[in-house]
Design a protein around this ligand. Structure first.
Ligand code: LMR
Length: 437
């Protein structure tokens, strides 16, 4: 499987091991022709590929190939039997997953869960296309090395790069985690602009080279508006395929409700997070259930629900940062796995999950044209439908209006990146990410 444009001088350094063996190719990063990327230092092992070719008979390693072994990463330089001949025949077609911010903490948890088959199951081989930056490139190599050392039978290919137009080639999933955190003294408008530019570029790249049905999960904050920007820059990909991660908030809400009710969290269902992944998000206790009963029939303390519970979920990210000294990583990775699984497995009867999705055509009267967390159900085909049978009361509607106003303000702030005119930033004062206190 071609992963890169090989420059002629490097093309013949490819070592290819046939059937039940791994192939490794090492080449330099090709500087991209579409965009004026700064030239990069030539890096050994800048591009890695490991793959199993299932249709050909095993071929011994040639002495001539062994000469280039010093170029290899550990296990990819050796031959070992993955017993892949039989297995590969019954396995599904390779799935290509791109991950941006791949050298970061969230990815460090996520990649190993995906490679272990947690989302797609034990018969689904996968390929990782890892996107990093020039600065993180060494760390990216470290990630690839750890993936090698883990000997995941399902992990068939790993490639790394810094050019989204190369990394996103043919991907069926794009997990966009990388984003700049808000620095000291940085205005929110600046954060929206800096990250927005990254997501505009990645949207363009997805539009140009990804699978036409790629599913895009935006995690980098502010994730709702980043998802909107990405989507608007990828007009050839269905708007429905873009998600902003609010599953972590849903999981947090379930945990708090379970704690208060004194039940294990698997008894809590039908939890919706409405709106923005920010401190204005609305964890919905009106429609949520505990042991199949409306939450309010189990937790009678309405003041707790309206004040403590809501605020705890909204600000959980910030409390975690205070404890850890950094943003949540493992639980975010778990929630990405949950969010992906929710799209590739049928939603249990009567339940739903939350995801930040495009509002156009929504049945709740929420403003069109923004990415807003809402309740979804899936048949397990990667697609989703919005849940219709939810109820609203005055409290819920008031809160939803507030988070909606925040997202509309964020949208106005990035109009220059969505092709909707001149940006005008009038962000509400309390606009904050969950991690900002
Ligand atoms: C989280 O919810 O844990 C993060 O989004 C927090 C943050 O602001 O980075």
């Amino acid at each position: 499987m071609a992963l890169a444009d090989l420059s002629p001088s490097y093309a013949n350094t490819q070592l290819h091991l046939h059937s039940s063996q791994l192939s490794f190719l090492s080449t330099h990063l090709s500087f991209h022709r579409r965009h004026s990327l700064r030239p990069l230092p030539r890096t050994r092992n800048a591009r890695i590929s490991c793959s199993v070719t299932s249709n050909e008979a095993p071929v011994a390693v040639q002495a001539q190939d062994q000469k280039i072994k010093p170029e290899c990463y550990g296990v990819f330089c050796t031959t070992y039997d993955l017993k892949a001949e039989e297995e590969t025949k019954s396995w599904k077609k390779l799935i290509n997953i791109a991950v941006s911010g791949a050298a970061g903490m969230i990815s460090n948890h996520l990649l190993f869960k995906l490679a272990a088959g947690e989302v797609f199951g034990p018969d689904q081989p996968i390929a990782f296309k890892l996107l990093g930056s020039e600065r993180s490139f060494k760390a990216l190599e470290g990630v690839a090395m750890e993936l090698e050392d883990s000997l995941f039978p399902l992990l068939r290919e790993v490639s790394i790069g810094i050019d989204p137009y190369e990394v996103f080639q043919d991907v069926e999933w794009a997990l966009l985690i990388g984003a700049k955190p808000r620095g000291p003294g940085m205005e929110r408008a600046d954060l929206l602009d800096i990250n927005g530019q990254i997501f505009a570029e990645q949207g363009k790249a997805l539009n140009a080279v990804a699978s036409r049905n790629v599913k895009v999960m935006v995690v980098g904050n502010p994730c709702n508006t980043n998802a909107l920007i990405c989507m608007k820059n990828a007009p050839n990909i269905p708007a429905k395929n873009f998600h902003a991660l609010t599953r972590l908030d849903e999981n947090r809400a379930k945990c708090q409700l379970a704690l208060k009710a004194g039940v294990f969290y698997d008894k809590v269902s039908n939890v919706t997070i409405w709106g923005n992944h920010s401190t204005t998000q609305v964890p919905d206790f009106l429609n949520a259930r505990i042991n199949g009963l409306p939450v309010k029939e189990v937790i009678k303390d309405i003041k707790w629900l309206e004040e403590e519970f809501t605020e705890k979920v909204q600000k959980r990210g910030g409390v975690l940062i205070q404890k850890w000294g950094r943003s949540s990583a493992a639980s975010t990775a778990v929630s990405i796995v949950d969010a992906m699984k929710s799209l590739v497995t049928p939603t249990p009867e009567g339940d739903w999950f939350s995801s930040g999705v495009y509002t156009t055509g929504n049945p709740y009267g929420i403003a069109e044209g923004i990415v807003f967390s809402m309740p979804c159900r899936s048949k397990g085909d990667g697609d989703y439908e919005l849940v219709k049978d939810v109820i609203f009361d005055e409290y819920l509607l008031k809160r939803i209006t507030k988070t909606e106003a925040e997202l509309l303000a964020e949208k106005r702030c990035v109009a220059h990146l969505t092709g909707e005119g001149i940006a005008f930033c009038d962000l509400p004062e309390d606009t904050m990410l969950p991690g900002e206190m």
